[in-house]
Write a protein of this length. Sequence first.
Length: 107
Amino acid sequence: MSQLRLYSGPELTSDRTSAFAAEETPDVISFEAVVDRLVNQSADNPTLRARELHRNRRCRHCGSAAVEPVVLADGVRDGSGELIPGTATLVGFHCGRCSAEWPVWNQ
């Protein structure tokens, strides 16, 4: 698992000498909990994704059906390097008729 090592520098006492003991080891923060949380969020439930796509199938401004989803480039790629549909994070929608854009509101 990846780890991030942080160094804030030696603590200085009132006489400007280092209070950092040489035998002390730096704190190591594990990313395991953070990565698990991010993986669970990025692996959107297909049902919730389908609901958002259905809920936003028409433009909120002009009523046109020419709405395209706006996604991040963080999806899973196949062997040829192309994004696998439905794996990228859905962040909003764009109307092809009036060029309006709006974000996804998870409800």
